[in-house]
Design a protein around this ligand. Structure first.
Ligand SMILES: Cc1cc2nc3c(=O)[nH]c(=O)nc-3n(C[C@H](O)[C@H](O)[C@H](O)COP(=O)(O)OP(=O)(O)OC[C@H]3O[C@@H](n4cnc5c(N)ncnc54)[C@H](O)[C@@H]3O)c2cc1C
Ligand code: FES
Length: 293
């Protein structure tokens, strides 16, 4: 993790209230992995706390963030100019763990699973993003592209102008499915519905891994569907953050304890079926099965 004064080299307005910022900072760009984020200080008396943003793409010397204007900090940030300097902490958090497609038996029979599910080997990763959640998934698709892996990508948004990065995912060779809640672009309805029908229509491998980032209700639904089909699912959570480094406990979530820890008869605390983990340091990416929603 580095704390550095970082120069903004471009501020591009995308559609709606979305902006793409590019910063030059070789330390962060070369040491980040998909799912990690930065804490950015906005020099204004109205925004005392740093704001967290996912890293959405890197090159050798630069990295990008995508953001939507939702409040005072992002409003100020939207007016930033080339050459402006920001104090940035990062890369932070654990990031995604891209599992090899062979982490589960790809061939042969697995007890308890119907034959139809076992016919296919080496399932492609599936990425499901909602709103600005596509940011961290674009970086993941970029890293898969380097290994010539082309994920299937689901992008959900409320309206057409909130659909981000469709073409960028396609440039990485991904098959992209888009839905908007009002039907103004792509399919009409929640993206979780189309993710579910995709799994039904396209027999997948037990080794398919799901990676998802977006609003909590969407993540909960994607986790539920993945569990139904016995697929490994990782979700990236967003909580309000103050420190971003695991010291203030402002961003904790309940995470299921491994069973071996639950059964200790000695202490009440140990007997709890959950423990608190910080989204900023222990996450933001968690195994969906571990989260108590
Ligand atoms: C790990 C992580 C990664 C994130 N990545 C991105 C990203 O790539 N792009 C992006 O646009 N946003 C991202 N966010 C959310 C982003 O941090 C908030 O939108 C931003 O801090 C709002 O600042 P503000 O001053 O404009 O809003 P405020 O004036 O502080 O609040 C305005 C509204 O935004 C909500 N809000 C504030 N902070 C958060 C937060 N941390 N998470 C969710 N909602 C919040 C508030 O509840 C309020 O409704 C991320 C958050 C986390 C925790
Ligand atoms: S923001 Fe302080 S512990 Fe996570």
């Amino acid at each position: 993790m580095y704390q550095t004064n970082t120069k903004l080299i471009s501020n591009k307005k995308l559609s709606g209230d979305f902006f793409l910022l590019t910063f030059t900072n070789p330390k962060i760009s070369r040491n980040s992995k998909p799912g990690q984020f930065i804490m950015l200080k906005i020099d204004d008396e109205k925004t005392f706390l740093r704001r967290p943003f996912s890293i959405c793409r890197t090159s050798n010397n630069t990295f990008d963030i995508l953001f939507k204007v939702v409040g005072k900090g992002t409003e100020i940030l939207s007016k930033a100019k080339r050459g402006d300097i920001f104090n940035i902490l990062g890369p932070l958090g654990n990031g995604y763990t891209p599992l090899p497609t062979s982490h589960l038996p790809a061939k042969g029979l697995v007890e308890g699973f119907p034959l139809a599910r076992q016919r296919f080997s080496g399932g492609l990763p599936v990425l499901v993003g909602g709103g600005t959640g596509v940011a961290s998934l674009l970086f993941l698709a970029q890293s898969f592209a380097l290994k010539n892996i082309k994920p299937v990508v689901f992008i959900g948004a409320k309206i057409k102008k909130d659909v981000m990065f469709e073409n960028q995912f396609k440039k990485y060779g991904c098959k992209v499915i888009v839905s908007t809640e009002d039907g103004s672009y792509g399919k009409r309805g929640m993206i979780s519905k189309f993710f579910s029908s995709y799994l039904i229509a396209n027999p997948y491998s037990l080794s398919t891994v799901i990676y998802s980032c977006g609003p909590k209700p969407m993540l909960k639904e994607i986790a539920k569907i993945s569990k139904k089909y016995n697929l490994k699912c990782f979700v990236s959570l967003e909580e309000k953050m103050a420190c971003g480094i695991g010291t203030c406990m402002g961003c904790v979530v309940k995470i299921r304890r491994p069973m071996s820890n639950v059964q200790c008869p000695m202490s009440k605390v140990q007997n709890q079926e959950f423990e608190y983990k910080s989204v900023c340091k222990d996450g933001p990416v968690f195994d969906a099965e571990d989260i108590i929603w």
